[in-house]
Design a protein. Structure first.
Length: 369
């Protein structure tokens, strides 16, 4: 095979990666827009976090703390953890990428599920490894399917729990069964971006498993319930050996001072978090009932969004609903890339936004909620 020496060329495999496409934000020609495409909290950030950002603006000439000490300590205090086992990053996306960069090589495999977060595939392929996709069962991660896909080449398994865009979750007994059956050198990555919203007795975000095993890590984000998506704040709880390995290659100042200060203030303001969770619990139920009343199917969700399935008939498909909603200023997320060509994902919004979507979809379906 000839090598093109006339210009820089990415290494093999990079141009095979489909770039991540975020949820749309605009509805051209519409005066009032309700963005419900990115699972952002309708309550915004804690006033204490906003105050911390303003205070950080007084020292923009100074480098941030390269260890994010204040943020790691706040996370540790609130969750009862050892800060030495916590690594903070520029969103959990950076931490997922670091895991792949450090632990995957060409020839390795990493298992993902068919409706899992698209960033997993991107980072696996970016490391030169091969993503192995397994089926889910009823829009839920299937532990047996994952175990059946494990080979001597497997080095990592990714699970979003709760899942996105499904909103479903895997009970802790199943997660334990998965971990117990995996080879000890395979890292189980538990992406618990929506953990704060879950109110189920059989759910566990991953802290216990990480604390008792050498091959499990849990990632979390401040972009959802904490309302800090603009600042890109994420964290990982993992064994000391894995944290140490990632620390050796991460950027020395991978988080800015405003993000560190805001994250620390936000995680300590648990009263604000509870208000956001209560709003979410109320509207997940209300939206599910209302949308089913107008003839739509909604996957049961424990997160801050619902996956809405449309009838398989002309004029009533997801693509038609998306255009109809956008024309009224309601922006939902098309999820074809996640394996749902006839569904839309809707973030839980303000009461005004939620009621508007219910009314608009009722009109679209020719039925009243």
């Amino acid at each position: 095979m000839s090598i093109d020496t006339t210009k820089p060329v990415p290494r093999p495999g990079i141009l095979d990666i489909a770039a991540y496409v975020p949820g749309k934000e605009h509805a051209p020609g519409v005066a009032r827009v309700y963005k419900l495409s990115s699972n952002e909290t309708p309550l915004g950030a804690s006033p204490k976090a906003i105050a911390a950002v303003r205070s950080a603006a007084d020292q923009l000439e100074r480098y941030p703390d390269g260890q994010a000490t204040e943020l790691r300590q706040a996370i540790a205090d609130v969750n009862g953890l050892n800060p030495a086992n916590i690594l903070c990053g520029n969103g959990s996306d950076e931490l997922l990428g670091l895991l792949c960069h450090v632990y995957l090589s060409p020839g390795d495999e990493a298992v993902i599920t068919e409706h899992g977060f698209l960033v997993y595939r991107i980072q696996i392929m970016g490391a030169g490894a091969t993503p192995v996709t397994v089926k889910e069962k009823d829009c839920t991660v299937d532990v047996d399917a994952i175990l059946a896909a494990v080979t001597p080449k497997t080095k990592m398994v990714f699970i979003a729990n709760p899942g996105n865009p499904t909103g479903t979750y895997v009970p802790v007994t199943e997660i334990r069964r998965l971990q117990a059956a995996l080879p000890k050198h395979v890292i189980l990555v538990l992406d618990a971006a929506y953990a704060e919203y879950v109110r189920r007795n059989d759910y566990e975000a991953g802290i216990e498993l990480v604390s008792t095993n050498a091959n499990v890590v849990m990632t979390r984000t401040f972009s959802k319930v904490y309302g800090l998506a603009a600042l890109r704040v994420g964290w990982m709880f993992g064994p000391l050996e894995i944290v140490d390995a990632l620390n050796r290659v991460r950027g020395p100042f991978n988080m800015n001072s405003a993000a560190i200060a805001a994250g620390a203030a936000a995680v300590r303001d648990q009263a604000f978090v509870e208000r956001a969770v209560e709003h979410n619990l109320l509207w997940v139920d209300k939206l599910t009932v209302a949308l089913e009343t107008v003839g739509l199917r909604v996957t049961p969700s424990v997160a801050n969004f619902v996956l809405i399935h449309f009838p398989d008939v002309d004029g009533r498909r997801a693509v038609d609903a998306d255009a109809f909603l956008t024309g009224r200023g309601y922006i939902l997320r098309a999820v074809r890339g996640y394996g749902f060509p006839n569904a839309l994902r809707m973030s839980i919004g303000t009461e005004e936004a939620n009621r508007g979507v219910i009314e608009t979809l009722g009109e679209f379906m020719g039925r009243k909620a």
